[in-house]
Design a protein around this ligand. Structure first.
Ligand code: ADP
Ligand code: MG
Ligand code: MG
Length: 208
């Protein structure tokens, strides 16, 4: 995967977040403060602008610029968390001009580690980690088994979607939803849902 692949991934995310904005905000209205869709829509629109204004020349550069833009533009928990995820993924890719599926799988693990370090959430806490962790595992497993990038991204996307759906019965232990205690159960976590969109966009790039 070259620089162009990563730029297109960001474009796919921007489009998916725009299309899913109201749904994400409705999920956040149930257990948060009803801004997750607008937060991410604003953030990824800014990412698209930054990439157009200062086109990076490596895959890592694309992800680092996306991450730093999200940190700068998105208030709320998800900005720093996604910002750190993309920035740490980008750092993991270094200066490489081309990235293998195995390298992207390790970068995704680095992004997950960044989210965990910053937010302190474990799987089962009803956060984006519940979608990101199974996605990273599925991608690594598929690559290790000799799968091509398309298969690895499809497996990751399916795992993220499943992980997001599996947050419905959970009681939130991190983030704003945790203030609701047991009343947070019965709703999908908005950040897990947006992670499914972000990983789903990777599958969309590989198959388009
Ligand atoms: P805010 O809650 O500040 O309004 P958003 O609505 O944009 O921010 O994002 C909320 C999402 O952020 C949650 O649904 C959850 O997935 C994620 N989140 C919140 N806190 C944490 C955390 N400590 N670790 C991982 N993810 C978190
Ligand atoms: Mg919110
Ligand atoms: Mg908020």
């Amino acid at each position: 995967m070259d620089t162009r692949f990563f730029v297109i991934w960001m474009e796919e995310i921007t489009a998916a977040v725009r299309a899913g904005r109201d749904h994400l905000t409705r999920l956040d209205a149930a257990i948060g403060d009803a801004d997750h869709g607008t937060n991410l829509d604003r953030g990824f629109a800014a990412v698209a602008e930054a990439l157009a204004a200062r086109p990076p020349d490596t895959p890592g550069g694309v992800l680092v610029l996306a991450g730093s833009t999200l940190i700068r533009k998105v208030g709320g928990a998800s900005g720093p968390l996604y910002g750190t995820a993309f920035r740490d993924m980008g750092k993991a890719l270094g200066d490489a001009a081309d990235v293998s599926a195995a390298e992207l799988a390790s970068a995704l693990e680095a992004g997950l580690a960044g989210v965990r370090r910053l937010g302190g959430a474990e799987e089962g806490d009803k956060t984006m980690v519940d979608a990101l962790a199974p996605a990273a595992r599925a991608m690594a497993r598929t690559v290790d088994a000799g799968g091509d990038p398309e298969e690895a991204f499809a497996a990751a996307a399916a795992a993220a979607e499943e992980g997001a759906k599996a947050t419905v019965p959970l009681v939130a232990r991190k983030g704003r939803a945790s203030y609701l205690g047991a009343r947070s159960a019965g709703h999908e976590d908005p950040g897990a849902a947006s992670t499914a969109l972000i990983v789903g966009a990777l599958r969309a790039v590989a198959t388009r």
